[in-house]
Design a binder for this molecule. Structure first.
Ligand code: KG4
Ligand code: ZN
Length: 348
């Protein structure tokens, strides 16, 4: 089954064609980073206008690659969570194409796309598994019981992990998006030179990153001018604190819910330290970690087409025929109580 995926939830305009949920036949992404960089964040009005301008071209690039729209069986479009104006551009385009080509159109949850992005390369991966989705808008710990049956174990109470990277980069005037810049600078810094707090939230599986961001702000206020070497140390210290919490808490959760398979997706999953520490620490605990391939960490449409395919396989198509766009669409919380959160010292 060939599905055309369309993704316009934030600042990437993307289309892709995926065969049977695993094989990418075509993929095109047009990034709006340059448009939003002067503002150090995504400007919703500019994003929707840019999607209108860019979407036809990315869809056409995919159609050219596969030869003809007749090879498509269905269309999947992100309907949330995201910027409503931007989501509407994707939804209207998908509906128009579905009508013109006489193909069904399905609405997909963006988080589900990130959650399932590692499966595009892993032929044998199937639920149950624990998922960590870490992006500019989300930090979610998810229990994937079956295809399409996902429960939220924890989420950020304030800033998303990627948002914290972006805001800390802005504080140091480093540019946007902050994640890749901090990742690169941290490689030249010493993470122990400036120590930052690890927001562990010991009685909950939730995360919190705004205090850590404020700790960086207070540290920066201590002095007027910071050399590039000092900024590199700050980047390294901040990144280490974020990674310690994300990796420590996700591994602890896997142990608590007795799952030995973790998948990690979203823009922050591209972070080199996060990838290294997940592999090393999970290995020590005998837990398998599947990281989204770098090309699929940030927003793309292949993950949307794949998510639609796996949901269609196990759910009647009517279950996600709704194309109502939503700025928020969280997974339901886990039914029943969750085990307590151990301290990191109990784990490593
Ligand atoms: O998944 P994504 O493209 O968009 C959302 O759904 O939010 O993620 C973008 C986020 C940005 O906050 C960006 O700074 C972060 O992912 N990011 C990174 C890295 N690459 C992208 N964060 C840390 N390290 C990276 N290498
Ligand atoms: Zn995303």
């Amino acid at each position: 089954m060939n599905i055309l995926g369309i993704e316009t939830s934030c600042d990437e305009t993307a289309a892709a064609v995926v065969e049977d949920g695993r094989r990418i036949l075509a993929s095109a992404i047009s990034s709006q980073i340059k448009l939003h960089a002067p503002y150090f964040g995504v400007v919703p009005e500019l994003a929707s206008r840019a999607h209108v301008t860019l979407l036809n071209a990315v869809i056409e690039a995919c159609l050219k690659k596969i030869g003809s729209p007749h090879r498509l069986d269905a269309i999947a479009v992100t309907v949330g969570p995201g910027l409503v104006g931007s989501l509407l551009v994707g939804k209207m385009t998908a509906q128009t194409l579905g009508w013109a080509w006489n193909r069904p159109v399905f609405g997909v949850n963006h988080i589900e796309g990130h959650l399932l992005s590692p499966i595009l390369l892993e032929k044998d991966l199937r639920p149950p598994f624990l998922g960590l989705v870490v992006s500019g808008g989300h930090t979610e710990l998810i229990l994937a019981k079956k295809w399409g049956v996902y429960y939220r174990i924890g989420r950020t109470r304030d800033d998303a992990a990627g948002e914290a990277f972006d805001k800390v980069a802005k504080l140091m005037n480093l540019g946007y998006p902050g994640g890749p810049i901090i990742d690169a600078l941290a490689k030249k810094g010493d993470p122990s030179r400036f120590s930052f707090p690890r927001p562990w939230l010991p009685h909950s599986w939730d995360f919190s990153f705004s205090g850590l961001k404020t700790a960086v702000l207070y540290r920066l206020r201590g002095k007027n001018r910071w050399s590039m070497a000092e900024k590199q140390h700050i980047c390294a210290g901040f990144q280490q604190a974020v990674v310690d919490v994300l990796v420590g808490k996700t591994l602890a959760a896997a142990r608590a819910v007795e799952l030995n398979r973790i998948v990690v997706g979203g823009g922050v999953a591209a972070n080199s330290l996060l990838r290294k520490e997940f592999m090393e620490k999970a290995n020590r605990l005998g837990i398998q970690v599947l990281l989204s391939p770098l090309s699929l960490c940030t927003d793309n449409a292949a993950m949307i087409a794949a998510a639609a395919y796996f949901k269609l396989k196990t759910h009647p198509s009517s279950a996600f025929r709704s194309l109502r766009v939503r700025s928020q669409s969280p997974f339901p919380p886990t039914p029943g109580p969750l085990p307590g959160v151990p301290l990191p010292s109990d784990l490593f």
